[in-house]
Design a binder for this molecule. Structure first.
Ligand SMILES: [Zn+2]
Length: 172
């Protein structure tokens, strides 16, 4: 099977899943532990992140003194700090592989019920290990979730999501 992420080197894949002080860092992080969890953030998101924090580090651990302003600056900045365009494209390609035929197979295998809360409404197919962190679009990495659980899980692993649910007082 053709895979978007198979284009990436082992080093690039490991960058997608870097953990700093127990927090998973996907693109940028601040000195107070906040993370911006997009491998290819928009200019607007980068700017608002920069405005909120005095000290920011890039994925590769380098200190970021100035956020880029223009499209070309942004491109060079991403390349320099390990958020390559190639990485963003590979992730998008991998996510796009989740087509209707694969979704049908997952529903046939798992039934039309959310794997986390048991809801049977507004169901979708979720990448168990997120694509934005190197997960593949293949049957053993897919599960049925309801829309609510899917949005809450975002790009957490199941382990992190269960911890998040516990911390937010969710028991079912
Ligand atoms: Zn659910």
């Amino acid at each position: 099977m053709k895979r978007g992420l198979s284009k990436l080197t082992t080093k690039e894949l490991s960058l997608l899943n870097l953990i700093v002080n127990g927090k998973v860092v996907r693109s940028f992080y601040s000195d107070d532990g906040d993370v911006m969890d997009s491998p290819s953030p928009s200019y607007k998101r980068m700017k608002s992140f920069a405005n909120r924090h005095k000290t920011i580090y890039a994925l590769d651990g380098t200190l970021v003194k100035r956020m880029p302003l223009s499209g070309r600056d942004m491109y060079l900045f991403r390349e320099r700090h390990g958020i390559s365009t190639r990485m963003g494209e590979a992730i998008r390609e991998e996510a796009m592989m989740l087509n209707d035929s694969i979704k049908r197979k997952v529903f046939d295998r798992d039934g039309k019920i959310c794997a986390v809360c048991g809801s049977t409404e507004k169901l979708c197919v979720d990448h168990i290990f997120p694509v934005s962190r190197g997960g593949f679009t293949q049957m053993d990495n897919l599960q049925v979730l309801c829309e609510k659980c899917n949005i809450q899980k975002s790009n957490m692993t199941m382990e992190e999501f269960h911890l998040w649910r516990t911390n937010h007082g969710k028991t079912n």
